[in-house]
Each structure stands twice: as structure tokens, then as C-alpha cells.
Ligand binder design. Structure first.
Ligand code: AMP
Length: 280
């Protein structure tokens, strides 16, 4: 695997492949890689001739400076993991290589940026739009692979691609979980042993509440979830919503003919974790 630190050098390399009509798959990440990221590399390798991964902790998508400063960084391990996974090229830019000094692009995603992660993390999706647009415009992949763990982010990126009319297919990939059900996340490595145990309650509660929605209704299910989280001393409730899986509009009544997704954000200690479950 070749590692690039500037987009100009990476572009020159990729031109060697596009001229031969090879397809390029792209997996953007913030590093501290785990098997969830590797699963995206595997999807790309199956569907494309060349796979490019990026590692960039994008400052503009963090609304909390402590979260940014403490975001885990494991570059040596990341390179080993990607090499082992058969990734072809890794782009590890500096902030200056991504953002030119006069950069001031702003994105608006309407309703989608006002709810859930957008409501809890002011400016987050504008930051996602900034970095993803720059990466997609620079690398020009045929396909880009995103994890449905960040359910709302996939919808934002699809909207972005439409807004900018970019010739790339956004592929949404399934959530990889630890054996106890916890969704894999770079942030999990910041949990203490005790917090890590408690974090496994998130997928457990999601699966339990799933069985409750049809007989008891959405309001009761939401109350139950909030109560479960608030009863755990190490957890702090952020949100739990039951939404239409295609629009993310909040649902008031359950209808099994409507594709439905449960979305949750919880602090375990100081670490904010998200998860989701499609129930119909
Ligand atoms: P991140 O490095 O956390 O920004 O994530 C980079 C990409 O990996 C995003 O598209 C995430 O949705 C995806 N991802 C993160 N965790 C998982 C997981 N557990 N399963 C599948 N994809 C994931």
C-alpha cells in the first residue's frame, strides 16, 4: 500500500488507473481503524478495481474541542490493518492539504441537518459536507463506501452528491458489531473497562424496545428507553427517536408497512456513542 500526504501526488497516481478505465473505490475515515472500517475496504475491493482509503480527523465536523483533541490516533496500526486488508492507496493529509487558506464553503441540508445528530452537534453536518466534498472532488471515485452506523450521515452525503452533481455512487454498508452487540467505533477504545460493559446495553436496549413498539406504541417505547438510560449511573441520555427510514421524519404511530429505523445517542461516561436499528 502506498501512502500519500498530498492530493496532488495522489491524483497523479490515480490518473494512471483511470486512463486504463479502472474503477476507483473510496473509503473515507478518521482513523483509529477497526473491523468496521475494514469491512468497508472489503466492499470496495469486491466492487472496484482500486481502493483508496483516507484518514483525516476533520476539525470542522467537531463541535466539541475536547472531543477533537482526544480523538484516538493509531496511525501505525491503521497502516498495518489497511495493508493487511489489501487497500491500495492511503491518503493521510494535513489540515492545510484539505483546506486552502481562503476556504469558506457552507452547506445546507434542510430538514436533515435539523434533527438527531444535526440538532445535538451544531455545525457537524456542514463540516461533514466540507470534508466529503473536497475528498470526492479530489479523488473522483466511482463509488464511495460509508457505514450505516452513521445512518444520518449517509443520507447527508447522498444529498451532498445530488447538490454538487458529483458522478459517484454512495454505497451504504452494514454495521459491524462486537460479539456483545456493541457497534464498533473508534470511540470505544476511550471507554474504561466498566464503561465498555455498560455500553453493550445500548444494542441490548435497542433490541428490547423493538419488540415493544408494536404492542405498546412509539410513545411508550420512547419513555421506556429514556428511563433505561437514565437508570444507568454511567449513562447520559442524548436522544432516542423512531423515524421513517427513508426520510428520517419522526414517526408518531408505528405502521409496519413503513420502513422504520430506531436511532439513539448516549454518553457513556464522557464518550458519546450512537447506534441504530432498522425494524421494518
Ligand atoms: P469514522 O472513522 O468513524 O469517521 O468512520 C469512517 C466510516 O466507517 C464511516 O462511513 C462510518 O460509518 C464507518 N463505520 C464506523 N463504524 C462502523 C461499523 N461499526 N460498521 C460499519 N461501518 C462503520
Amino acid at each position: 500500500m502506498q501512502v500519500f500526504h498530498t492530493i496532488d501526488e495522489l491524483k497523479i497516481k490515480l490518473a494512471e488507473y483511470t486512463i486504463l478505465d479502472k474503477t476507483i473505490g473510496f473509503v473515507p475515515t478518521m482513523g483509529a481503524l477497526h473491523d468496521g472500517h475494514v469491512s468497508l475496504i472489503n466492499f470496495s475491493k469486491k466492487q472496484c478495481d482500486i481502493t483508496v482509503c483516507s484518514i483525516f480527523v476533520n476539525p470542522t465536523q467537531f463541535n466539541n474541542s475536547e472531543d477533537l483533541a482526544r480523538y484516538p490516533k493509531t496511525p501505525e496500526n491503521d497502516i498495518l490493518l489497511l495493508t493487511h486488508a489489501g487497500c491500495d492507496f492511503l491518503y493521510m493529509p494535513t489540515v492545510d492539504d484539505i483546506y486552502p487558506p481562503d476556504f469558506n464553503r457552507t452547506f445546507h441540508f434542510g430538514y436533515l441537518e435539523t434533527i438527531l445528530e444535526g440538532a445535538s452537534r451544531a455545525g457537524h453536518f456542514n463540516g461533514v459536507g466540507q470534508v466529503v466534498s473536497i475528498l470526492l472532488e479530489g479523488i473522483k471515485p466511482h463509488k464511495a463506501f460509508f457505514g450505516s452506523k452513521d445512518y444520518q450521515q449517509v443520507m447527508i452525503v447522498k444529498t451532498l452528491v445530488k447538490q454538487l452533481n458529483l458522478p459517484v455512487e454512495i454505497v451504504s454498508c452494514p454495521i459491524l458489531r462486537e460479539p456483545d452487540g456493541l457497534a464498533m467505533s473508534s470511540r470505544n477504545m476511550r471507554l474504561t473497562a466498566q464503561e465498555r460493559k455498560v455500553a453493550a446495553l445500548i444494542p441490548k436496549f435497542l433490541n428490547e424496545v423493538k419488540g415493544m413498539i408494536k404492542p405498546s406504541g412509539i410513545d411508550e417505547a420512547k419513555k421506556w428507553m429514556k428511563h433505561q438510560i437514565e437508570s444507568e449511573p454511567l449513562m447520559t441520555f442524548d436522544y432516542f427517536e423512531v423515524c421513517d427510514a427513508t426520510s428520517l421524519h419522526e414517526l408518531k404511530e408505528y405502521d409496519e408497512t413503513v420502513s422504520t429505523v430506531l436511532l439513539i445517542a448516549v454518553f457513556v461516561g464522557k464518550i458519546r456513542l450512537i447506534d441504530n436499528l432498522i425494524i421494518s
